[in-house]
Design a protein around this ligand. Structure first.
Ligand SMILES: Nc1ncnc2c1ncn2[C@@H]1O[C@H](COP(=O)(O)OP(=O)(O)OP(=O)(O)O)[C@@H](O)[C@H]1O
Length: 451
């Protein structure tokens, strides 16, 4: 029998020729061989999804590979870093194994969303917060409709959900150039649907959406409140699912947390796999900046990249924006990029911009507490004065103190129309000119928020 190192090296060499580089890096390189004895190979994998995929797929391939080459039947067990080694912990293999469960005829009225060519697996930096999402994305790109259907990404703004969705599309097209891949935001889906009704082309709409091999729908939290669209999407979903076509969805929260999403959709979205993406740690942020700097041919010292990565910690879009800002500042001042230049550039950003730190939910929280009402009421539809005024104040503050768009603010207030937000803003701005009590309250709230 070979020793652990020789066996693992042999397995890696074999898989290197069988798998694409991305797959190899994801499934083999990210794995640590732990032990090999009693014909049992123990490997350590980084996420539950890796474990699942090894169990469903790779373990069998390794077993037959080893059987073919040395004529021995081995068992492969994947464990997570915080799980004990089954060979030394006394757990039987059975028990461990049981626990590892886990186009061209397009109608013209439908917008064509091209995949962004920059959003590929190659340009995606893998870190702790997105490792599982990345692995799941790779599985559905390689084996669409088979294992995780639908695949549901959820997580905060600007953390790479859209990037991964496009990457799945690209990868699937690389594997099968004939595949029909469709990426839309939930709003585009809703608009297409409404247009199809208005132009009496519902048949074409259905044909378009139900004939794809991969449907990617981004930001489905915006389905809230759109009854007819949800109904139509339910049928689209069923048709594709029954046909074993892959569906990938994203949202800023879990399906059951999306307000006014029909129960039957919530339950269908849970049929597959939901994976969250959490903000990247410092090393990942530095790696993302390094990649971007290299791609743009920018010469930036490491300590400067670390500095920028240290300034922005929760949103990769903003992180990239900060780099662009530093770059622009350097060409404006004709000075090379350095840490002190970056500090200047980003200091200006903070002074110029509206505060990035105040979020709509913080405003809602403070306003609700201030007026002793619930956040539910603030987001709700009750028309009584002691709720309507705080609601309008909260919308006014969201408009004044954040960069959120009108539709986004409306959405955060229980899915209200953007015209409601405009109305609230006008009403409060107007009243502030004459009502000193209101002035005091709004100023009070502003200073609480800016603390
Ligand atoms: N892991 C990563 N590696 C490299 N770039 C990344 C990574 N994650 C995100 N980005 C980049 O950050 C930016 C924002 O990502 P993306 O648009 O995918 O976020 P999102 O989660 O879809 O946000 P939203 O909720 O606003 O739709 C993009 O330019 C994307 O390429």
């Amino acid at each position: 029998m070979p020793d652990l190192e020789t066996l693992w090296q042999y397995i890696c060499d074999e898989f290197k020729t069988k798998l694409s580089t991305i797959s190899y890096n994801t499934w083999l390189k990210a794995v640590k061989p732990i032990a090999f004895s009693s014909q049992t190979l123990i490997i350590e994998v980084p996420t539950a999804l890796h474990k699942d995929y090894w169990k469903a797929n790779l373990s069998k391939q390794v077993v037959s590979l080893v059987a073919d080459s040395i004529g021995q039947t081995i068992t492969v067990i994947a464990k997570l870093p915080d799980e004990p080694n089954p060979l030394t912990s006394g757990l039987s293999n059975n028990r461990i194994q049981k626990n590892t469960k886990l186009a061209d005829s397009r109608p013209t009225f439908m917008r064509e969303t091209k995949l962004n060519e920059k959003y590929t697996f190659d340009t995606f930096v893998i870190g702790k917060g997105n490792q599982m999402a990345h692995a799941a994305a790779l599985v559905v790109a390689e084996e669409p409709g088979a294992l995780y259907n639908p695949l549901f990404f959820f997580g905060g703004v600007g953390l790479g959900k859209t990037h991964l969705m496009h990457a799945i599309g690209h990868q699937m097209l690389t594997n099968n150039p004939q595949a029909k891949v469709k990426y839309v935001t939930s709003e585009a889906f809703a608009n297409d649907f409404i247009n199809s009704i208005q132009t009496k082309r519902q048949e074409e709409f259905r044909k378009e959406y139900r004939s794809v091999d991969l449907l990617l729908v981004d930001d489905i939290q915006f389905f809230a409140d759109k009854e007819g669209t949800q109904e139509e999407f339910f049928h689209t979903f069923n048709a594709l699912y029954d046909d074993k076509k892959q569906i990938v969805l994203s949202s800023d929260r879990l399906p059951n947390e999306i307000p006014k999403l029909q129960k039957r959709l919530v339950s269908r979205f849970k049929w597959g796999l939901s994976v969250d993406i959490t903000p990247p740690d410092l090393e990942t942020r530095i790696a993302i900046l390094r990649n971007k700097a290299d791609a743009d041919d920018l010469d930036i010292p490491d300590d400067t990249l670390s500095y920028i990565a240290g300034q922005i910690d929760s949103n990769i879009r903003e992180l990239e924006g900060a780099l662009v800002r530093v770059q622009a500042y350097s060409s404006m001042t004709h000075l090379p990029i350095s840490t002190s230049l970056a500090a200047d550039a980003l200091k200006n950003l903070k002074l110029n911009g509206k505060s990035n730190e105040i979020s709509i939910s913080v405003i809602q929280d403070k306003v609700a507490k201030y007026y002793h009402i619930s956040i539910g009421d603030l987001k709700g539809k009750k028309r009584v004065k002691n709720i309507v005024i705080p609601r309008q104040i909260a919308m006014y503050l969201a408009r004044e103190l954040t960069d959120a768009s009108l539709p986004k603010i409306g959405h955060e207030f229980g899915g209200k129309d953007h015209t409601t937000v405009i109305h609230a803003h006008e009403k409060i701005s107007g009243a502030l000119n004459t009502d000193s009590e209101l002035q005091r309250e709004v100023n009070d709230l502003k200073s609480k928020l800016k603390k």
